[in-house]
Design a protein around this ligand. Structure first.
Ligand code: GAP
Length: 459
């Protein structure tokens, strides 16, 4: 019997392991559920996604500043925010195999003993749904009792609300302004995660934008557009993105409006990022619970008010996964197929592969010299002298390296190299003295290439 063709997700998972992007955490001990480690290329991918987000959200805006708050805060924070009482999923247990499933996802899940069936279809009876809190608990100090319970933060947002006054006063800000933060969050997720789509430990990129209450709607629209455009600017296929407004039944009780940027993953449409109107709920609650005035005093109108908040909240790991899936192509060429990641040059973990055509005649020395120059100029480079040149190009295509530079006889005689472009596979001759400028310009010139084949699995 012919082996079934691996699914797109299988191919992404395999590429991630084979090429050093993402590994199962604690792999040599059999792994640990929904938890992953990022290898040399994965860590660069994450770093670039974070840089692109930070640059768009903080560096290029005069009205947004950054923050890095603690992961473990006073437990009262999570009581006040509602996470201790309400941050839970309804779970059911299988009385036969003892597995636990999210009650609202049972029909989409597989029975671990009979993977062709859902937990409802197998022979095990399911318990009634019970609420299961998603926060990870730990203990502060040497004594492990209830008085010393602390929590790993389940979102970075609360750290921002806690520092509203500190940042407002120290930076002498006036609404509208934002505080942005990137950092780890932790959730004891039970549902299988579709690789790194849903994990127990993940990085969030969140921004709380504080506005006068009557400007809520205009800033909500602004941030919805801004965040949607960010993905397309970095090459995500607009046909696979949509903005979905939450209907009333989905809204958190304090939210007047929320929308998700969704992507069409191989496993269906899923949330990539949420943009929420959180009103003055969080500042009000923390103000009441802590007894601290978290109002803004407007010196012009002499009025005091609690700002309203617009919150774009995304997951860095989910963004990275989306870039990988969206850029993946098995491109049919005349004689063979190549695997290529059409990543935006700003997102690709390696920017330039540098190759001597052959391992002799002074070419490796010259290639090292050129590679070092590009590296010192801040470009992420990779030197490779092993195997045929075509195979070296293909190895870089597979990890999304947008440019390769080949050093050959012309380089030694005329100081000219060949620049090969990943997407078009076109080659151009460039003077070594102009190489840096040419590669920098090519990064800005990049546009998402037309695909010959659909990236997703056929239905
Ligand atoms: N402060 C609002 C908040 O945390 P959320 O929708 O729960 O909202 C925001 O999380 C984003 O964080 C999601 O859109 C998703 O990208 C990411 N995220 C949430 N849970 C995640 C998980 N278990 N694994 C990976 N990413 C996750």
């Amino acid at each position: 019997m012919a082996k079934p063709k691996p699914t797109l997700m299988d191919q992404i998972v395999s590429l991630c392991k084979r090429r050093g992007f993402i590994f199962q955490a604690s792999e040599i001990y059999g792994g640990i559920g929904n938890t992953y480690d990022y290898g040399p290329l994965g860590v660069e991918l994450l770093r670039r996604v974070k840089e692109a987000w930070w640059e768009a959200t903080v560096v290029t805006r005069a009205d947004v500043v950054g923050l890095d708050s603690a992961i473990i805060q006073n437990p009262k924070v999570w009581e006040t925010s509602g996470h201790v009482g309400g941050f839970s999923d309804p779970m059911v247990d299988c009385k036969k195999c003892k597995s636990r499933f999210r009650a609202d996802h049972v029909d989409e899940l597989k029975c671990p003993e009979k993977p062709s069936k859902s937990p409802r279809e197998c022979e095990g009876e399911l318990t009634e749904p019970r609420e299961f809190n998603l926060m990870f608990q730990t203990f502060m100090g040497p004594v492990q009792d209830t008085a010393n319970v602390a929590y790993l933060r389940p979102e970075t947002a609360q750290g921002i609300f806690l520092n509203f006054k500190n940042v407002l006063e120290s930076m002498r800000l006036k609404p509208p302004f934002g505080i942005a933060q990137i950092g780890k969050s932790f959730r004891n997720e039970i549902t299988p995660g579709n690789f790194v789509f849903r994990t127990r430990e993940f990085e969030q990129a969140e921004m709380e934008f504080f506005v006068p209450p009557d400007e809520e709607q205009q800033w909500y629209e602004f941030w919805k557009n801004e965040r949607f455009d960010w993905y397309t600017r970095f090459g995500i296929d607009p046909a696979k993105l949509r903005m979905r407004d939450h209907d009333k039944s989905e809204l958190a009780h304090y939210s007047t409006a929320t929308a998700d940027v969704e992507y069409e993953y191989p496993f269906g449409w899923g949330e990539l990022e949420g943009i929420a109107c959180r009103t003055d709920f969080d500042l009000q609650r923390h103000s009441e619970a802590s007894g601290t005035d978290l109002l803004y005093f407007d010196p012009q109108t002499k009025e005091k008010y609690t700002p309203y908040v617009i919150e774009p909240a995304g997951g860095i790991n989910r963004m990275a996964l989306t870039f990988l899936i969206d850029s993946y192509e098995e491109e049919q060429l005349e004689k063979d197929t190549r695997v290529v990641l059409h990543l935006h040059p700003r997102i690709a973990p390696i920017t330039v592969g540098v190759f001597p055509l052959v391992k002799k005649d002074g070419m490796p020395e010259k290639a090292h010299e050129i590679e070092n120059e590009l590296r010192q100029a801040g470009m992420a480079t990779f030197y490779d002298e092993k195997g045929a040149i075509g195979r070296r190009y293909r190895r870089q295509d597979e990890v999304g390296t947008p440019f390769c530079v080949t050093i050959d006889g012309d380089t030694l005689s005329d100081d000219v190299v060949t620049v090969r472009h990943r997407d078009s596979m076109e080659q151009e001759k460039v003077q070594v003295s102009e190489l840096r400028a040419r590669l920098t310009a090519a990064q800005f010139e990049w546009t998402r290439p037309e695909r010959k084949a659909p990236a997703a699995d056929p239905a």
